[in-house]
Design a protein around this ligand. Structure first.
Ligand SMILES: [Zn+2]
Length: 181
């Protein structure tokens, strides 16, 4: 019954991420920059994303790289999913739901639209198109996101804009084995 025990995983404190081992790899956010020159600064906490576009890109790459804590840290308390860290059970459930999302898709690309600033630059709206693949379908969705800039100059994601009707485009049949007549 005894095993040598090597490779027996310790219970990790943080979820296993998918950050590129070679940080000179192109960042998945689509900026064209290497990860080490792009979203890594924000993911490792050495810098705040300086504007909503950088925040959107870094949240997208955090989904792709399985970094739920970053997504949680950059979500505004007004967001419907938000749970403060002191709500340990709530925060853990939120983290798990983010991990489930990360694991259900592969992330194929992000196209931010034009940035719209309001209220002297403290509120931002940003349309974007994100491409993700699920196991059996390709999914592309369009969202209009709202961001708020706090007094410390730090941007947080608040919500999808309720007045915006998202399109969900399914390219069905691309992966199916269909009998041709
Ligand atoms: Zn990036």
């Amino acid at each position: 019954m005894a095993t040598k025990g090597f490779g027996a995983p310790q219970q990790p404190k943080k979820p296993r991420d998918k950050v590129p081992k070679d940080a000179s790899t192109a960042c998945v956010c689509g900026s064209g920059k290497a990860y080490q020159d792009c979203c890594r600064h924000y993911h490792d906490g050495t810098r705040f994303a300086p504007d909503p576009v950088a925040l959107l890109r870094s949240r997208y790459s955090a989904y792709a790289y399985r970094l739920p804590d970053y997504i949680m840290a950059t979500t505004h308390p007004d967001h419907e999913d938000y749970k403060p860290a002191k709500d340990k059970a709530g925060a853990k459930a939120w983290q798990q739901s983010l991990l489930n999302f990360c694991d259900a898709y592969t992330f194929q690309g992000l196209q931010p639209g034009a940035l719209e600033l309001e209220d002297d630059g403290a509120v931002a709206f940003l349309n974007f198109t994100a491409k993700v693949n699920a196991l059996s379908q390709r999914l592309q969705f369009v969202e209009r996101s709202k961001f708020l800039c706090g007094g410390d100059g730090r941007w947080l994601y608040v919500s999808g804009d309720a007045d915006f009707t998202p399109e969900v485009l399914l390219e069905s049949g691309q992966f199916a084995d269909e009998d041709q007549p």
